[in-house]
Design a protein around this ligand. Sequence first.
Ligand code: ADP
Ligand code: MG
Ligand code: MG
Length: 432
Amino acid sequence: HASFTLFPSIFPKSAYDLAWNVQNDMHSLMHKVSKDAQFLEDVLKSTIAVDDFVKNLFEIYKLSCNCEMIQKRAIGVFRSDYMLQTQTNDVGLPKQIEVNTMASSLMGIGTNKLLDLHKFNLLHMGGGSMSSENNLPRNNVLDSVAETFVKGWNMYGNPNAVFVFMLNQNERNVFDQRAIEHAMYKIDPAIKVRRKVFNTCAATTRVDADGKLFIDNEEVAVVYYRTGYMPGHYPTKKNWEARKMIELSTAVKSPSVAQQLVGSKKIQQVLAQPGVLEHFIDDKNVIKNLRAVFAGLYSLEMNSAGDGAVKLALERPENFVLKPQREGGGNNLYGADLVFQLNNVGGDERRCAYILMEKIQPPVQDNYIVHNHEYNPAKTVSELGIFGVFLTDGDKMINSCTVGHLLRSKSNEHDDGGVGAGVAVLDSPFLV
Ligand code: ADP
Ligand code: MG
Ligand code: MG
């Protein structure tokens, strides 16, 4: 079984509502950024110089900007993650840890099943009356993602073309993915879903003269990536060639390379700088709400501000997280590791591969963690994810919707950690 908490964790409703309410604006913002090639180039230049993974993605992005045949539509499945920052006498603000624009997972197993278990446990602990829709909201994320995928498949316009889940070798997240697939078949039994391993299907991937994508001789309508977000997912040049071929084809992507790039921590850091939101958004209220959820973020570029950030982090490492442009958990540096790495790379351009972030200290709660059929008491901290979906067509955004949540908790002795990385466990928010 997936690891989970025995009881839901308390989360303030005002913070939940704020995170929920900024999600659609986050979609619009990130979509605009993804279409601004000059901005992306300026912002990512120093990272590209020292990080081959981002460089490879950016090269495909540049080609995609100048490709006439390419599919102009894309599907967004984004999850913004937040930790609660509390000050004395304050319920706290949700502070954005990151926005996942690729392979955002756990909508399948992390949703209503666990909610029902939590209600059951509360009932048997004498707390049944606490389980109202207000306190323990149901979650529509699975059906909404499936619905968006079916719309994206229809948008392609050929009912015989297949919807491909692009996967890792030895995929561990099968149950989560199958739940989406099954929900898609419920909405439209005519859809054809295929599961392909990215690493091995490169050899049978081709594009015809009209830009149509074929994998194993079937025309592909949509490629949905649950892989491709780490350097290890591209062991050879062939994998990068396959990614490029798919990107420049007429298949609809989720995500496009552009969407993947705007999800990088470097973009997050730059968006939080004074004046940058104003470049993309006119509405002052929207800017105010977005800024309220941004944590302190610092550039490590080769200038005096970057020098200052290195100094600050070395003086007070316990207050910061050092983040490379990576996904999937387990890549950030804290405490002594942060100090070691900054002593190592802090004086030259290698530091541009990272950004520095204020460390959020969320409130600690008592719970039990059920792992591998055993339960143990734990002091836990939580991270709230808010899921949103949308379709895009060129500059236009269609059907942008905030659709659900995911709560993950971990013992407060761990700094980093996702569910996939084996540290965080599934939880439900108990709103107060
Ligand atoms: P990834 O893309 O690998 O998931 P994250 O930015 O989400 O990277 O970081 C991974 C984990 O590290 C988060 O789930 C969280 O537990 C912890 N973390 C990241 N940033 C912070 C922060 N600013 N303050 C406290 N913990 C953080
Ligand atoms: Mg991530
Ligand atoms: Mg994360």
